[in-house]
Design a protein around this ligand. Structure first.
Ligand code: DGP
Length: 115
């Protein structure tokens, strides 16, 4: 845990958030500023600041973030129409919280390329 990390505080229950999914290594909750009708963030319980900080021993939890995303998409009813998963890395890509998180966005048509 990083004591000054917002998402570590959410994992620790210091900031009350309703989890839409949780397991031993991952939790998920709705984005405070949703960019689509469904906008969920899947995060590891372990503090990993950016994609650049992912270590070989994190590979299982990174994979689990996607199986969680798949289950969340099914539960949200967006799996068949389609949804987007995004993980921004560093400021230039729009990362604002430095604890990795997989955005799960759906419920509206998506355009490409992203902005
Ligand atoms: P990114 O820009 O990729 O680092 O995404 C960070 C997201 O985190 C952003 O979409 C807004 C969301 N967010 C920031 N603070 C909070 C919070 O306190 N609660 C929740 N639920 N979401 C937050």
């Amino acid at each position: 845990m990083s004591s000054d990390c917002l998402f570590c505080k959410i994992v620790a229950g210091e900031i009350p958030v309703e989890f839409v999914y949780e397991s031993d290594t991952v939790v998920a909750f709705r984005d405070i500023s949703p960019q689509a009708p469904t906008h969920v963030l899947v995060i590891p319980r372990k503090h990993i600041a950016t994609i650049n900080d992912i270590a070989p021993e994190d590979e299982a939890v990174i994979g689990h973030m996607y199986t969680a995303a798949k289950e969340i998409a099914a539960a949200e009813g967006i799996a068949e129409d389609g949804y987007r998963t995004v993980m921004n890395c560093n400021e230039g890509a729009g990362q604002s919280v430095f604890h990795i998180h997989l955005h799960v966005l759906g419920g509206r048509p998506m355009t490409w390329p992203p902005g």
